[in-house]
Write a protein that binds this ligand. Structure first.
Ligand code: NAD
Length: 463
């Protein structure tokens, strides 16, 4: 197994950097707390998976189809990581690829409404060429992965570079945790969210919320934020809505993703796209690898798959090394108990409120439950990787009956669930093979199911 060391070492000598950056020790010590500037910073224990977990502390408080979420193998990779993420350079000029592009952009209309068959025009190369030049000039490295390698603490103290990031869907469940983890690194974070499902109060202090729609406002937010990386989580996430209104689902998840990709192309931004394992693979006979046949049942899976294909196509056309992550069934604090997905949140909130949880079918259907802190760790680690598709799951499947038993134990409440008819189209088995992410990203889910459940219960119950 190849264990990739963190791409965290300073590229150049520390003293030289300090000179260039004109920072002293005092400044360096506090820089993690500042609004993002242009400095290299040291953070202790803030960029591993724990951070995501630690960041969960606080904030507050989910019947159940377990219908939530669902390959192509890694599209492409190389080890010249996405250095354009590399962070702060020494000259403001160098950090503003958009400034170099302005004359071209003025001549370049919004391409979405009049998309033609793809042909790599000369001016489309500019962001990639510029990013390449910035790499060469600044010797930038990729966004440091937040994940520890498995051997212990040798990377506990690391030098990291901060980035400017846009998080779409950053007021939602997973997105808000991504925002927190970025802020903990000292990154500058812009959130683009229309608050259709997300909540203003989910956006942590320190991040700038741009209330808007990815289909209309991506370019504006990218122009303001000039992000080196975009974590694209905004989506229509409800499988049932996708069945009832497939046009709406495709509009948000496909057209919306295209708008994000167009903005990213113009600004030389790397995109990490939140896709889904369960909804894309369909029925699994065992842990599904990324090259498992893709058999989405619902329009939601189709639109996510389309998003992945655009992500990959843009990487081929324009470079950028965008990454798609296929999450398993994510659970943790801040998951909405009122949505369709999120069986953990639904069971727990019912137990808390004295209600009876309902299990659809016989409860033997299985899912791959992965804690949100671990998902955040994978998401940040992916930002430093070059163009691929990764499963983000545990590799273990848990039946709904088993899950409910565990939740009762964690909550200290015993209550007989009620059973309802199985929902049509619901998968029997869904589990993801995470070994590619382990090899390529050095990522592995660290929380056991019971640990994650305990943390989630603490949040839901207000303990
Ligand atoms: P969520 O609903 O909490 O977050 C989605 C956010 O996107 C919300 O804040 C919502 O307001 C925002 N949004 C929706 N449409 C928008 C638009 N047009 N413009 C701007 N913002 C918009 O859902 P989540 O569970 O946090 O999911 C985040 C991402 O992860 C989604 O892309 C989802 O498909 C993916 N995913 C989630 C799971 C899971 O188990 N939760 C599993 C697989 C994949």
């Amino acid at each position: 197994m190849e264990l990739r060391p963190f791409p965290l070492d300073p590229v150049r000598g520390r003293a030289a950097l300090q000179r260039d950056l004109r920072i002293d020790e005092h400044e360096e010590g506090s820089v993690g707390q500042e609004a993002a500037g242009c400095h290299e910073v040291e953070l202790e224990d803030t960029v591993d998976a724990e951070v995501a977990g630690d960041a969960l502390v606080g904030e507050r408080r989910v019947d159940v189809p377990v219908a939530d979420d669902v390959p192509s193998v890694a599209e492409r990779r190389s080890d010249h990581t996405v250095d354009e993420l590399g962070a702060r350079g020494r000259e403001q000029r160098s950090l503003r690829p958009a400034a170099h592009l302005e004359p071209v952009q003025q001549e370049t209309p919004d391409l979405l409404p009049q998309r033609r068959p793809a042909r790599l025009a000369r001016r489309h190369d500019l962001p990639a060429l510029l990013a390449q030049r910035l790499r060469e000039e600044l010797g930038l490295r990729g966004l440091p992965g937040p994940v520890q390698t498995f051997e212990g603490d040798e990377h506990r103290r690391r030098t990291i570079r901060r980035v400017r990031a846009v998080v779409t869907g950053g007021a939602g469940f997973i997105g808000s945790h991504v925002v927190e983890a970025l802020l903990a690194r000292g990154d500058e974070v812009h959130v683009l969210d229309d608050l259709s499902a997300g909540k203003r109060e989910n956006v942590p202090d320190g991040a700038r919320l741009h209330e808007g729609d990815i289909r209309e406002d991506a370019e504006r937010v990218f122009s303001e934020g000039r992000p080196e990386v975009c974590f694209h989580l905004a989506a229509q996430v409800d499988v049932r809505v996708s069945v009832e209104r497939p046009d709406h689902d495709a509009n948000v998840n496909v057209i919306g993703t295209l708008h994000v990709l167009e903005a990213a192309r113009r600004h030389g931004t790397k995109v990490v796209f939140s896709s889904t394992g369960g909804a894309i693979y369909g029925e699994c006979e065992g842990p599904a690898r990324e090259d498992h046949p893709r058999r989405p049942l619902a329009p939601y899976g189709v639109s996510k798959l389309a998003g992945e294909e655009y992500i990959a196509a843009y990487s081929r056309l324009y470079g950028g090394g965008h990454v798609s992550l296929r999450y398993g069934n994510v659970f943790g604090p801040r998951q909405d108990p009122h949505g369709e997905a999120g069986v953990v949140a639904i069971f727990m909130s019912r137990l808390r409120d004295g209600e009876t949880p309902r299990i659809f079918g016989d409860g033997t259907q299985t899912r791959d439950y992965v804690f949100v802190g671990d998902v955040v760790a994978a998401t940040l680690a992916a930002a430093a990787h070059e163009g691929a598709v990764f499963n983000v799951g545990t590799g273990s499947e848990t039946s709904v009956l088993d899950l409910y038993e565990r939740i009762q134990r964690v909550a200290g409440i015993e209550r007989e669930p009620e059973f309802a008819d199985a929902r049509p189209g619901e998968l029997r088995r869904s589990v993801l093979d995470p070994s590619l992410a382990q090899r390529e990203l050095g990522w592995k889910a660290k929380r056991s199911l019971d640990e994650g459940l305990a943390e989630t219960w603490a949040w839901i119950s207000g303990d």
